[in-house]
Design a protein around this ligand. Structure first.
Ligand code: FAD
Ligand code: NAD
Length: 468
């Protein structure tokens, strides 16, 4: 298969979940493959400073929270629960090391060359990597994304005063008071970590609700849940500036719609207002590839860009900035390059917020269905009435199924439950197979499981749940 005009059949720029998966699949398909990565370790944002370290701290802080109070109601008495933050951080670092090392092993196993350094296009088939020209018949841009800066609130992770998600994953001590700017996924996940470890957390959110993109019922419930967990929520509020004095940050905030400004003093500020695609220094001018208005690289359904032989996947192209979306695109792009048919169904990409409880969803929200003029029927079932959640003393949340009013085809599902991230997978599969709510309702679910709430929500679409 190798084309000897080029050093490689495929060169992938970036070794995040998009790039490393594309590289492994391309190599599995017999293509001579290299992956360029400028970071010291493979795995991209997700493994190094994203999904994995955040989930490690979410898990560690949940254990601390359980031991500090909730275990007592089960008769488990821990007389003096102490936090050893350096040990928790070390365990996180160990998990990251094992996972990034795992990708290095997979590269070797599949004979993918890791080219270390920053890649810059010098032509459609050529990139410069650390001063060396490398050529490939096909090149995949999988350069990912980085934190969107907030003017006037400058991040300096080393000082631990104004941090982004990377800084918030490595604080040396628990801040007394933390202000989180942005009530999206990062703000709520990392805000939950530090809230559980003892910080007073204030979330400043520009909009009137948390978690943009999720179903309206979920967003309303999120406000109640995070308030109950002790976070202060300042909705419809924007931050206009920050001043550092000694070990304190003073933020100026005002209503989003304009009005009187006030100040909030904090020991640490987390800026989490979104992420933007990484394209700086990539030399896109050299190949005449323009960005769209949001700074993303546009592709067709097959992930081809407008430039012949150049492809794009993951956070750098439109769509949700999620690791599993990037991974699936990685597989599809490699298959397309190899002459197969690689497809990603962008209508069925689950999203999960890994707080406690978890928030998850897939497909259309009720609001999107309305906007699209689709007549729907919905079924809802509270976790309070689910025997397993009740037994575990996890009463918060519900499952909501959205189905087409005429055909009963499932269009979306939204849920809040301790294991919602695991539960949502069954609805994604059902939707891939074009299931109706009746199909889910008449599928036998094991008892007692949280997943029975999904079955009952599907039964509720026709008004016939058993346990409410
Ligand atoms: P990235 O993972 O960003 O990888 C791109 C890689 O390309 C980087 O390693 C970068 O160094 C490299 N690179 C860039 N430019 C060049 C160049 N010119 N030359 C060489 N190398 C280059 N998503 C989830 O689905 N679940 C989660 O739980 C989750 N948690 C997250 C938590 C946090 C704190 C953050 C920040 C993100 C989280 N995400 C999560 C999002 C997820 O990390 C991204 O969607 C995912 O990493 C995108 O993958 P990617 O391959 O497109 O890019
Ligand atoms: P986000 O888009 O989820 O949330 C950003 C929030 O900040 C929004 O609610 C927005 O209204 C608000 N905001 C924007 N400007 C503001 C301002 N000036 N003042 C106050 N609020 C402001 O972005 P994020 O939380 O930074 O996460 C970035 C990306 O990373 C997301 O796209 C997400 O998909 C991904 N991610 C995913 C997971 C997961 O899957 N569990 C976890 C972390 C990150």
């Amino acid at each position: 298969m190798a084309d000897h005009k080029f050093d490689y059949d495929v060169l992938i720029i970036g070794a995040g979940p998009g790039g490393y998966v594309a590289a492994i699949r391309a190599a599995q398909l017999g293509l001579k493959t290299a992956c360029v990565e400028s970071r010291e370790t493979l795995g991209g944002t997700c493994l190094n400073v994203g999904c994995i370290p955040s989930k490690a701290l979410l898990h560690g802080s949940e254990l601390f929270d359980e031991a500090s109070g909730h275990m007592a109601k089960w008769g488990i008495k821990a007389s003096k629960v102490e936090l050893d933050l350096p040990t928790m951080m070390a365990e996180k670092t160990k998990a990251v090391g094992e996972l990034t090392g795992g990708i290095e092993f997979l590269f070797k196993k599949n004979k993918v060359d890791w080219l270390k350094g920053h890649a810059k296009f010098t032509g459609a088939n050529t990139v410069d990597v650390a001063g060396k020209a490398v050529t490939a018949k096909d090149i995949v841009i999988a350069t990912g994304s980085s934190v969107t800066p907030l003017p006037g609130v400058d991040v300096d992770n080393d000082k631990h005063l104004i941090v982004d998600s990377t800084g918030a994953l490595a604080l040396p001590k628990v801040p007394k008071k933390m202000v989180v700017i942005g009530g999206g996924v990062i703000g709520l996940e990392l805000g939950s970590v530090w809230n559980r470890l003892g910080s007073e957390v204030i979330v400043v959110e520009f909009l009137d609700q948390l978690l943009p993109g999720m179903d309206g019922d979920i967003r309303k419930e999120a406000v109640k849940i995070f308030k109950k967990q002790g976070m202060e929520l300042k909705l419809k509020t924007k931050v206009t500036g920050a001043k550092i004095k000694g070990k304190k940050v003073t933020l100026t905030v005002e209503p989003s719609a304009g009005g009187d400004a006030e100040t909030i003093e904090a020991d640490c500020v987390l800026v989490s207002i979104g992420r933007r695609p990484n394209t700086d220094g990539l030399g896109l001018d050299a190949i005449g590839l323009e960005l769209n208005k949001r700074g993303q690289i546009e592709t067709g359904h097959d992930f081809r860009t407008k430039v012949d032989g150049v492809w794009g996947i993951g956070d750098v192209v439109p769509g949700p900035m999620l690791a599993h979306k990037a991974e699936d695109e990685g597989i599809a792009v490699a298959e397309n390059i190899a002459g197969q048919t690689g497809i990603v169904n962008h209508a069925i990409i689950p999203s999960v917020v890994y707080t406690m409880p978890e928030f998850a969803g897939v497909g259309l929200t009720q609001e999107e269905a309305k906007e699209q003029g689709i007549a729907i029927k919905t079924g809802k079932f509270p976790m309070m009435a689910n025997s397993r959640a009740k037994t575990n003393r996890e009463p918060e949340g519900f499952v909501k199924i959205i189905a087409d009013a005429e055909t009963d085809k499932v269009l979306g599902a939204w849920m809040i439950a301790s294991v919602a991230g695991t539960m949502v997978a069954e609805v994604a599969i059902a939707m891939e197979f074009g299931a109706t709510s009746e199909d889910i309702a008449y599928t036998c679910h094991a008892h007692p499981t949280h997943a029975e709430a999904t079955k009952e929500a599907a039964m509720a679409v026709t008004g016939k749940p058993i346990h409410i």
